[in-house]
Design a protein around this ligand. Structure first.
Ligand SMILES: *Cc1c(COP(=O)(O)O)cnc(C)c1O
Length: 249
């Protein structure tokens, strides 16, 4: 179910709330960049709009947001279709666990897929992109739990160990896909800085064979400062802009 914006809040109030939170987030990202000695201009902020209605995405687009993230194909494809007319310049990022049989649909509207974690999925995305006459930027999602000695959460997805290299090779070898770099979610209960250091180490291994894979998708509402310090290029931020997700998971 797509959530509502909560009881008692009208459209104008919601737009004002999103404007305020988006403004504060941009200040937070700028401060994180300054603290890390980096230029905020090299950071792409993807606003993750999952569970929130298309009118929120429309409001965000009106505020200048260009990159939006979604985690479920059915919801994402409906919103992308709704926004294609008024905001054709929006870039859709798919950030969630993706079943192979949904790859063809995702390839029709997404510009970037952050959650490629198996070679079979890479091949399905490539076939879908080719059929749609499109190119997709892909991140290989890394499961950091094992490397950190944390409990593996299968619902999170991600490749581990040498599988990361195998998936990267599959993306690079597939026509219609570009290997952007690596993505991870810091495992629950782990120090984000330690988690992102593991991601950076995995990215260095991948770049020995794929020197162009320089992007790093890391950092969410709770840990974006640590991600920026570690060298993230893409931040995926949901609740800091949209508020708590209805029926959050
Ligand atoms: C939902 C989600 C986010 C955003 O999380 P927040 O904590 O709300 O900022 C980022 N990345 C992925 C993969 C997500 O599923």
């Amino acid at each position: 179910m797509i959530g509502t914006t909560g009881p008692g809040i009208g459209d104008a109030a919601r737009v004002a709330q999103l404007a305020e939170r988006w403004g504060r987030l941009r200040e937070r990202v700028a401060a994180a960049a300054t603290a890390a000695g980096r230029d905020a201009g090299e950071l792409t902020v993807v606003v993750v709009t999952k569970f929130f209605p298309a009118r929120d995405v429309r409001a965000l687009a009106g505020l200048g947001v260009r990159d939006v993230g979604e985690s479920r194909d059915q919801e994402a494809s409906a919103k992308a279709a709704a926004l294609a007319g008024p905001h054709p310049d929006l870039r859709w990022h798919f950030v969630g666990q993706l079943q192979t049989n949904k790859a063809r649909s995702v390839a029709r509207y997404a510009s970037v897929v952050h959650s490629v974690d198996r070679a079979r999925l890479a091949r399905a995305l490539a076939a879908g992109a080719a059929a749609a006459g499109r190119e997709l930027d892909c991140f290989v999602q890394v499961d950091l739990a094992a490397a950190l000695g944390a409990a593996v959460d299968p619902a999170r997805g991600g490749a581990a160990g040498d599988d990361v290299l195998r998936v990267a090779d599959a993306v690079a070898a597939a026509g219609s896909l570009r290997l952007a770099g690596l993505m991870a979610v810091a495992p629950r209960g782990q120090e984000p800085a330690r988690a992102f250091a593991e991601l950076v180490a995995a990215a260095e291994r991948v770049r020995r064979d794929h020197p162009c894979a320089v992007a790093l998708s890391a950092g969410m509402s709770g840990d974006l400062e640590a991600a920026v310090a570690a060298g993230a290029t893409h931040l995926r931020v949901g609740s800091a802009v949209l508020g708590a997700r209805p029926g959050a998971r």
